[in-house]
Design a protein around this ligand. Sequence first.
Ligand SMILES: [Zn+2]
Length: 791
Amino acid sequence: MKLCSVPASNRARADRRAGLRRPGNRFPGGRKALPGLAALLLAAVPAAGAQRPGDSRADYRIEAKLDEATKQLEGKLTLRWTNGSGEPVQDLWFHLYHNAFSNNRSTHLTEAGGELRGVKMEEGWGWQQVESVRVSLAGEAGWEDLFPSFRYRRPDDGREDDRTVFSVDLPQPAAPGQTVVVQITWRGQLPRVRRRTGYKDDFILAAHWFPKLGVYEAGRGWNAHQFHANTEFFADYGTYDVTLDLPKEYVGKVWASGVKSNETIEGDRLKVRFDAPSDADRRRTDAFGGQPLVHGFAWTADTRFVPFHKTFRYAEWADDFPGEVEKAHAAFGPTEDIGLRDVDITVLIHPERIDQVERHFKATEAALFFYGLWFGEYPYQHITVVDPAWGARAAGGMEYPTLFTSGTRLFTTEDMHTPEGVTVHEAGHQFWYGLVGNNEFEAAFLDEGFNSYTDSEVMFRVYGEQRSTTSYANIPVDGVPVGGAPGGSPVANALVGKEIPIPIPFLPDPVLQPLPDSGFLDLWRDQPRLTFVPERTDPRWNDRTRYLQSPDTDPLETFGYLHADRQSYSTNSYPRTAVALRSMAAVVGYDNFLRGMRRYSKDWRYAHPYPGDFYASFQEGAGVDVEWYFHELFQGTGTVDWSVAVEQERRPDPMGFFQSEGGEFFERVEDEEEEDADEDSRPWMIEVDVRRKGTLRLPVPIRLTFEDGSTQEIVWTREEQEETTWKRIELESDQKLTSVEIDPERGYFLDKNMANNSWHDVHDRVAPWRWGERVLSQYQRYLHWIGGFGG
Ligand SMILES: [Zn+2]
């Protein structure tokens, strides 16, 4: 859809609505797209800072008791919900997400193929059972029972066995601005940790552990999706006061979103209370002028946790990266305060990995510094990094408010980017997910993709290139197996004598296996020298390699659970967005880009933006009009492949009939002696032929370099590209052309085939081989990477 046709002042709102409602993104379960008139009415909603659609507020008080023998939770919550939608609201819809693990027919498990992170789910089920719901429409008095109206909802797929969303009817509609108080009691079984949440022995990661209200959106009703395999977060901002009742073995071993405010021991029980955000944070105004709030609460406990503490200080990092601070100042101007608050970091680690504590600290600080520098401070006093227990790796690599899980291994070095990569990514989610609370179900690229872009930028600046390794008996060795890459295995296996196919007629695929299984041969086969694998790769290039897995299957703007396949979901939600943002910086200029991103982050802090909101805020902040870019790349599947070819020769001697000034023809014949004599003085006739495949028309610089080292840069404009898919540059020069490079500063990472983006007078026959291997090896690393992430 074209973005808008309303006055500029109203554009943000209209875009916001319009951006989402393309025909491809219909709301499942009969919800209808907003009609154009309603979109225009919404466009009249006041600007950011005032009440916005979706700006309801949800404050929770929760008490829960753990039965450590059965790993069951008994809970009671009191929710104060203020209706900020501007509409009367008839009912309340809640998430009840542990039911995703209650049977193998839930939407989550069905979409995941019955497996969670590669493990078939056949035991260790989890569930939640709501036991009572009551409401008070006048403070905490005059309670009315809502339980008779309790019903499960399946707004996305109608799947009978999915019980991850329920609703209750209010006795009378909650008026705009009205606060209703709801009390719910429930019982639940924690699942054995398979994915994101659950227990393993004494280790508990409790996410999605209480009934959590969805988001009521004006004109749309309740936005409460079922728990899908890939998407899981959307809730109103507010505060949490949570008291946990646990066995006293957990004293000093429990951590949660926010900060611990009280802890008492009664007999053999521990009662521990957390406030999220902390009391001090709630009374604070953050750097953008807002009150810190959160939109979820997770907790973790493990008797084996060893906690370490450190304080992040902006000044220390600013001293280490003065160039980056200068760039931020240049982009945001002298009046913008880019300093960041101190943040206490706790790393919860297991005894066998204590030597990695400093690396978790450094990676977390790196994220707090760079994300904060670019997108505004992390506003909370504390952040907790959880290193999941052995056998609970499925709980790793996940983000929750002020707490995230990392993931590591033994025998790792910093230049392998493990656990640094995951730690920066998950810490980064505090910004893209935590502070800017987009709807992850409907636009996962706004959190995962923005985060992928940023984490690569941080990794490159702090840790440099990533070393390629592969593992033998858990010990990492330089090199990446070609065997795992598509088409790599047969060749590599034949080379080391593991498997040699013998084409014998009438015999079905005979294979010779002189040396079938040998760890030593595998190790030898995978060495960089033998595989041409680059030993180190820029993390930003990894985004591009992964983008190439599925560069044009779906638009970025696609609901998380409605992609063509899981490959398309992962590519679009992570690397394709990263590449699109990085390339956008090249289109608008880095300063403008930073301004646009910061503006979006500021406008939508503690709020629920949609793609159209990003487009509007970005353009206002950057001061540019790049609607075409959003249209082609975010709402479309545009791709590009540029190529260049060159012809050049000395101007030939005149031959044939020429006309004299008097008008008479005379003939000139070839004079070999004369030709030899002045050959070096005749100019070069040069023809550069640049072509474009694909629909994406990016203004692209073309650099010509001549023998004497001089260069000439020509921009092939978007307008020119609308006329033709090719550009011919004809030159006459004293200097021979030595090279032509398309996009020489590598602003764009979008070109599908960069092997044909430059021409050189002197050819290097090894280059294409290196190129091919580079693609294979990065694909391998991609598979490794995607295996380590939860979200
Ligand atoms: Zn993520």
